[in-house]
Design a protein around this ligand. Sequence first.
Ligand SMILES: Nc1ncnc2c1ncn2[C@@H]1O[C@H](COP(=O)(O)OP(=O)(O)OP(=O)(O)O)[C@@H](O)[C@H]1O
Length: 347
Amino acid sequence: MTETAQTAQTAQTAPTGQTRQTAGTRQAVSFTGAVKTFGAVRAVDGVDLELAAGETVALLGRNGAGKSTAISLLLGLHEPDEGVVRLFGVTPEESVRAGRVGAMLQDGRPVPRVTVGELVGFVARTYPRPIPVAEALELAGIAELADRRVDRLSGGQQQRVRFAVALIGNPALIVLDEPTAALDVEARHAFWDSMRAYARRGHTVLFSTHYLEEADANADRIVVIDRGRIVADGSGEQLRRAAGGNLVSFDLAGAGTEGLTLLPGVVSVEVRGDRARLRTEDSDATVIALAERGAIRGLEVVAASLDDAFLALTSPADAASAPSSLPSAPPSSLPSSPASSANLEAV
Ligand SMILES: Nc1ncnc2c1ncn2[C@@H]1O[C@H](COP(=O)(O)OP(=O)(O)OP(=O)(O)O)[C@@H](O)[C@H]1O
């Protein structure tokens, strides 16, 4: 059965209003000690995460980090081996049945011979409180495609149809698994404009991505996942700071590197040729100490980029799918959290 068919079935078999909602909760998503293993791979390895209602959160990680598995747990597509996942205080299944969750997943083939309007209209009828089809198409930026056949659209257009399908039920929570993968720059911008318009209505959005800039530009919060574990959670700025806020570089000019790691604030030292690069949490103190050593030739201080932070926080790609005998998560001063229904299978 396709996910759309499942959604249609669950929507029809669950009377509106049957779902409990935790009194007064403003929590959209919670993972508590969630674990999901595939053989020796701990794809999700003890995740604790909460998303408040109305937040837009990016789930950022390398290939194989566990993003899609975490999203599958969130949507109830997989059961956790350990721990608990809740959406709006109830099980994912209950939330999906109540039409509170919309999702745009990674895979899916276009349904042949139906128009965009017909497809979105069909999915709308499976929800208790859909928004008008025209409004969903407008929000997704594809109003002019209503009468076009879905299987004859470009990849970018199909992606936006998937987005319309995900939001037609007016879900309180929308989950987007790498929504801009394979889109060109213009299509990406257009997609994020649509996403932000939806988020501005007060909905909760969780999206996964490999793109740091997209996470930084479009999310209130970035959750970094690495080998199934959350290794950082906060704003882009907090991530930069957590990974060592500044980079101090200077010419060694023949001087040794002894003791550089012991300088105040220094988190790591990298030497390339005759130039040393220190990642530091306190660049003032580091520079003063370097001056005292007389090592300030060609001195440069720059803020660590989000790329630097991401690389510092996560494991190399070849380690990402290894069974986890993990080192402890890198220190993070940051606080720490997705859902769904009809989707890609339908588009
Ligand atoms: N059904 C499955 N059977 C076996 N292993 C799986 C399965 N699903 C995921 N895995 C493994 O779990 C780990 C996490 O995979 P997951 O797809 O969640 O990562 P991801 O962060 O979404 O990666 P990507 O960015 O490449 O999509 C990987 O090592 C993957 O090979």
